[in-house]
Design a protein around this ligand. Structure first.
Ligand SMILES: Cc1cc2nc3c(=O)[nH]c(=O)nc-3n(C[C@H](O)[C@H](O)[C@H](O)COP(=O)(O)OP(=O)(O)OC[C@H]3O[C@@H](n4cnc5c(N)ncnc54)[C@H](O)[C@@H]3O)c2cc1C
Length: 398
């Protein structure tokens, strides 16, 4: 029997994309989100969506609208902490070749757009607590005692997913801490010419430090300071605020890094310990009528800028399969079969890049700089594009 009713848990990027795909296919969807106010979802810094995301969003006719709320990236530039250029990827020709852009945007702008598109499907202040499934459907339980019945339950509730916990009957491994923290924020530009438009800067330093930044619009720049835990452990968080400790850690870095940090309000800085789940220890993403998408299924480190991108691809592929298949369990199994090789490769690739970023000693970092200078503009770019555009796995096949 065809899927008529779906429940999605979590109104993040993965859950909303899935809900929009299902709605467009004529399936009745309810999205339960534990946060109480839509505004409380619209927080967070900036991020990148690469070409593959726009190819996926085109399936939902959302690509142009999402592009409009962001800023196109034409170059991706890698530098050392002495300001030496290690590689510069020309992105504009790739956008033209692929027919889809790479864009930097506010996380909140994407969430607001998806939330608007999902419309009255979203129920706020509704926390999922458990489910039971049988041959005819799945019953979902919420914290206030409400129950709902559907043909399929989609867990899109993030890295510490409660749906995943229920699916695993309370027996699950904790996510793997990658050994570093990303401190992210959006700041007012500290001067008109400080950060050029259209370039994503990726700086790699000694001592386990990295710094990424990109202009979002005429007024704002977003940044991520990535510090290995050995560095973070030495931060004096008792007496100093976040901006002060980061200001010290990046004091000798080339401009505009110190200026950007100085222009950021302390309250805007959000530190997140970076985690993933190693694919070889990862159980199935679903069983029967229950299935996971996005970070609930496969959290990855931020190094390929693909976590949200893969959540969006999940939503497009899964909603397409559920709309076209009579057998829910077959659609759930088909989704994982189709998606898993690609996503596992991304999780592994992102983790490996993160390991390079943890190097501390001057000699090791100089060797890494030489390696990046020799290979990042050529082999690394080619490999990243192959992975991203998924030659061989046909990510969006339905
Ligand atoms: C510093 C940093 C930078 C990043 N940069 C990028 C980037 O440049 N590009 C990119 O593609 N990705 C990036 N990512 C990854 C990206 O942010 C995530 O992969 C993405 O947000 C995952 O989306 P999701 O919908 O799966 O989960 P989430 O965004 O975590 O959404 C889960 C939702 O479920 C809700 N929820 C949780 N539990 C319950 C419950 N019990 N009941 C009801 N609702 C519940 C939550 O409130 C939340 O709204 C970055 C991540 C970090 C940490």
């Amino acid at each position: 029997m065809r899927v008529r009713k779906a429940v999605v848990v979590g109104a993040g990027i993965g859950g909303l994309t899935t809900a929009i795909g299902l709605r467009q296919a004529g399936i009745d969807v309810t999205v339960y989100e534990r946060r109480t106010e839509p505004g409380r979802l619209l927080t967070g810094g900036g991020f990148m969506l690469w070409h593959n995301v726009f190819v996926a969003l085109r399936r939902l006719a959302l690509d142009e609208r999402v592009e409009k709320v962001g800023s196109r990236i034409d170059f991706h530039e890698f530098r050392s902490d002495r300001g030496r250029r290690l590689a510069r990827w020309a992105i504009a020709p790739e956008s033209a070749r692929i027919g889809a852009p790479a864009v930097a945007l506010r996380r909140s702008a994407l969430n607001a757009l998806l939330l608007q598109e999902a419309g009255d499907a979203v129920v706020m202040g509704a926390r999922f607590t458990g489910f039971e499934q049988d041959a005819d459907g799945v019953t979902v339980r919420l914290a206030d005692g409400t129950r709902d019945r559907a043909d399929v339950l989609i867990g899109a509730d993030g890295i510490r997913s409660a749906v995943r916990g229920s699916l695993r009957r309370g027996h699950d491994m904790a996510p793997r801490y990658a050994g570093y923290t990303a401190w992210q924020a959006i700041a007012e530009l500290p001067g008109e010419d400080v950060v050029p438009t259209g370039t994503f800067f990726n700086l790699w330093g000694r001592g386990g430090l990295r710094f990424l930044y990109c202009r979002l619009n005429e007024r704002e720049v977003y940044w991520d300071a990535i510090t290995s835990d050995r560095v973070s452990a030495s931060f004096d968080m008792f007496r100093k605020d976040k901006r002060a400790v980061l200001g010290e850690a990046y004091r000798d870095w080339p401009q505009p890094v110190p200026r950007i940090l100085a222009a950021t309000g302390d309250e805007a800085i959000l530190p997140i310990d970076i985690c993933d789940r190693p694919p070889d220890r990862e159980p199935a993403w679903g069983y029967g009528r229950v299935v996971l998408v996005g970070d609930a299924a496969h959290p990855m480190t931020l190094n390929l800028s693909q976590g949200a991108g893969q959540a969006i691809e999940d939503g497009v592929v899964l909603s397409g399969l559920l709309a076209g298949e009579d057998d829910v369990a077959a659609a759930v199994a088909g989704y994982e079969r189709l998606r898993r090789p690609r996503v596992d490769a991304m999780v592994r690739g992102a983790y490996r890049i993160g390991e390079l970023g943890k190097l501390r000693g001057a000699l090791a970092c100089r060797t890494r700089d030489a390696f990046m200078w020799a290979f990042f503009g050529t082999f690394a770019k080619k490999g990243t594009y192959r992975l991203m555009m998924d030659v061989g796995h046909r990510p969006l096949e339905r």
